[in-house]
Design a protein around this ligand. Sequence first.
Ligand code: B16
Ligand code: MG
Length: 233
Amino acid sequence: MIDSVMNVKACIFDLDGVIVDTARYHFTAWRRLANELGFDFSEAENEKLKGVSRRQSLNLILEWGGITIPEEEKTALTDRKNEWYVEHIRQMTADEILPGVVDFLNEVKWAGLRVGLGSASKNARTIITQVGLLEYFDAFVDGTLIPRGKGKPDPLTFQLGVEQLGVLSSECIVFEDAAKGVTAALNCGTYTVGIGSPEVLGHAHLVIPSFENYRLAEVMQLLETATMTNSDS
Ligand code: B16
Ligand code: MG
């Protein structure tokens, strides 16, 4: 049950699409795999893979290509894709942190709030280390901790996050760029801020386009108003 945003003690950040944008690296690698299997898919289709686990992404892509592959052969395919993807992310630097993120993280720290990561990616630690942000995180939940079938919109990612942070869900704000991620956070009972467009993330308590030009105090104020209005209606 959401109480007052002034009780907030922690923030959990999704990774891809919130802290960095690796969607284009995923796209390049998945497309290479699809091309080897004899088909192609579009950037618009790639959008549907945001926040979706690696295995589930493969299943969707195979569906688009009209291809059926036995379960036992799928790991070899996701491993291949991941090798190509890791080649890209190993080149990442702090320049790829999205605008406003570092200032916002600093504000969260200065306000004495705890900071967690809640990502579907099994490569999250590599990415966060590459861009030099590891020291900000008091809790780290990534795809290596999430069993198959329990990815977003299941709340487990964020439940583990609040547990690691030692706070209640109602004392935490989650920042997410994917519709399923927003649903996962709402299912967990946190304050939920969508990063992106209201058309896709309208079910969040609040949607902002990015962290650029947004201060923590302003986000808290907007959340307070949004959740008061929602609970009044
Ligand atoms: P990996 P997030 C997600 O990260 C990506 O948005 C999604 O496109 C990707 O398939 C998923 O991680 C798994 O990534 O193959 O590196 O384990 O947005 O939850 O931080
Ligand atoms: Mg994301």
